[in-house]
Design a protein around this ligand. Structure first.
Ligand code: FES
Length: 107
């Protein structure tokens, strides 16, 4: 099963296993990592903000315009980094097995 390496807000690390085929947000939300996914993946809440590790950033499709706008709206409240992504916009599958993300602070 594909895995996700997660750096939690308290500094601890977890390795999650999940079947592919769903958004990364759902994997993180269902594992109680602090990701809420309040809008259900509609790119409008920002509660699924994660920092994707540098070595994985280029393996992901570029941010859509909607994702970029939502991230921009968060920047007054939370640090944005080059790897900032909305986990609801990342389709988790075998290709992404081993991806490493840090849960961003709550905005
Ligand atoms: S779940 Fe709301 S922006 Fe991702």
């Amino acid at each position: 099963m594909p895995t996700v390496e997660v750096l939690m807000r308290d500094g601890s690390s977890r390795t999650l296993e999940a079947a592919g085929g769903s958004p990364l947000m759902e994997v993180l939300r269902d594992a109680d990592t602090g990701v809420e996914g309040t809008c259900g993946g509609m790119c409008s809440c920002g509660t699924c903000h994660v920092y994707v590790a540098a070595e994985w950033v280029e393996k992901l499709p570029e941010r859509s315009e909607d994702e970029a706008m939502m991230l921009e709206a968060l920047q007054d409240f939370v640090e944005l980094r080059p790897g900032s992504r909305l986990a609801c916009q990342i389709d988790f599958d075998d290709q992404l097995s081993g991806i490493s993300v840090e849960i961003a602070p709550e905005a």
